[in-house]
Design a binder for this molecule. Structure first.
Ligand code: PMT
Length: 424
């Protein structure tokens, strides 16, 4: 058995594999220590060529396990470290180690520890873009994800091999944050005493008693935001269109169907709120009138249904927000960041979460998203992350904006007119 230190928040085994990003694992270790985690490091032989075990030994204050034999604190390090850990974090994770994990190969101390794991496992891949895109790597990652392994990143960026593309290790902050979320909590109750409003799910706009205009929003992102806000201490009201996603416990849920109903519910809830995040996929148009009978295809074709523009709920909140932080989403297939920046101005909000819905792993109903946070400071691109982690990053950014007093009071003259000039 390996001794647990009293007073630590959690015990983390940091598995370092043989890639150039291994040096960043030193900072990840420090970030987890700052969050009161005790860290023990396991390395592959290849990893020791990038960073000496002496470095990790000095930083962690514990011996580093590289071999299955001769570990100072245990005769069976792979089993005892796996038992000791509340979380195993593989950072960086090479294509080779991802493949071994997917297939249960245990041919050294690190991979044996992973096979012996009974705690949550998070991996932070980092490699050349083609290695990452290789169908074998993608299949291995999909297999690991389906078994509950958390995957953080990689992100786009300049790679050690000189090319630019997806394969760069997520930022140290992102990896640390993901690990802390996987441990079931995030430090800080920054939103204690604050009520936060979330809009979630689609709206349904009735054409007649049996037909409506809708979209495929599942409500998963809105509920992930509600969970993240609760973790940070907020009391939460979710105004939710028709969807199946389960709200977290202890959250007030207001169910609505149409955009008009969502506008009324959000306007009312926002009065008592210090923060709002609008993730709902509100239908842009609604029938001018709802028929009281099922329309007959022969006599009353659907193409004759007159549509009118729905109210813009986010924009309406921004006109009322004063110095409160309001966050919007932008679901885009092209010109992601430019379109998001236009929405940031036209809606008058503090932060836009630009969601690349052209990707099957980042769209309505998916469990992951690839987003860029766009605000007055610039852009922060996140890799493909679980919706819970995207929500965590969005809420952390909103908390930063609140703390820095960056929420800008908006009045009607500051908000760009919408195309078509429609006002709400
Ligand atoms: O629910 P999931 O299946 O998890 O999917 C999540 C999501 C893809 C729906 C979510 O991540 C997302 O991207 N939501 C915004 C979708 C959208 O409608 O984007 P938009 O670009 O059309 O709208 C921009 C912003 O204005 C959004 O914050 C939207 O809530 C708001 N809006 C839009 C129209 C309108 N009439 N009123 C609004 O408030």
């Amino acid at each position: 058995m390996i001794e647990k230190l009293p007073g630590m928040r959690a015990d983390v085994v940091l598995c370092v594999t043989g890639g150039i990003a291994a040096y960043k694992a030193c900072e990840v270790l420090r970030g987890l220590q700052d969050a009161s985690c005790d860290i023990r490091v396991v390395m592959t032989q290849d990893a020791t060529r990038f960073v000496s075990p002496v470095t990790f030994e000095a930083l962690s204050g514990h011996p580093v396990a590289v071999d299955l034999y001769g570990y100072a604190d245990s005769p069976i390090p792979h089993v005892h470290l796996a038992e000791w850990a509340d979380l195993i974090l593989v950072c960086p994770a090479t294509a080779n180690v991802l493949a071994k994990m997917a297939h249960g190969i245990a041919d050294d101390c690190l991979t044996s520890c992973l096979v012996a794991a009974d705690s949550p496992v998070v991996v932070a891949p980092a490699m050349n873009v083609h290695m990452w895109q290789n169908p074998a790597t993608q299949a291995n990652v999909a297999a690991l994800r389906s078994r509950g392994v958390g995957i953080v990143g990689p992100v786009q960026g300049r790679l050690a091999c000189g090319t630019t593309g997806e394969g760069k290790l997520s930022s140290v902050d992102e990896v640390v944050r993901y690990a802390l979320v996987a441990l079931g909590g995030v430090p800080g109750q920054e939103l204690a005493g604050v009520r936060a409003l979330v809009t979630a799910g689609p709206t349904h706009e009735p054409i007649d008693p049996v037909r409506f205009i809708a979209n495929a929003s599942s409500g998963k992102m809105g509920m992930a935001l509600a969970r993240a806000l609760v973790r940070h201490g907020a009391e939460v009201t979710v105004v939710c269109g028709p969807c199946e996603a389960e709200p977290p416990e202890d959250v007030e849920v207001v169910r609505v169907t149409t955009a008009a109903e969502m506008l009324v519910a959000t306007a009312s809830a926002f009065q008592g709120c210090g923060l709002a995040i609008c993730a709902a996929a509100v239908a842009d148009y609604t029938p001018a009138a709802t028929a009281d009978h099922k329309l007959k295809k022969s006599k009353e074709p659907l193409e004759k249904v007159e549509l009118v523009e729905n109210p813009d709920i986010l924009r309406a909140l921004c006109l009322e927000k004063g110095r409160r932080v309001v966050v919007g989403f932008a679901a885009e297939t092209d010109d992601l960041v430019a379109s998001a920046r236009t929405k940031l101005r036209s809606k008058g909000c503090d932060l836009i979460v630009a969601n690349d819905v052209s990707r099957p792993d980042s769209t309505f109903g998916s469990d992951t998203d690839t987003v860029t946070l766009v605000d007055a400071d610039g852009e922060t691109k996140l890799g493909c992350l679980s919706k819970d982690l995207v929500a965590e990053a969005v809420v952390c950014r909103a908390i930063e904006l609140r703390a820095r007093g960056m929420a800008v009071a908006v009045d009607a003259t500051m908000v760009m007119p919408r195309p078509g000039g429609a006002q709400c």
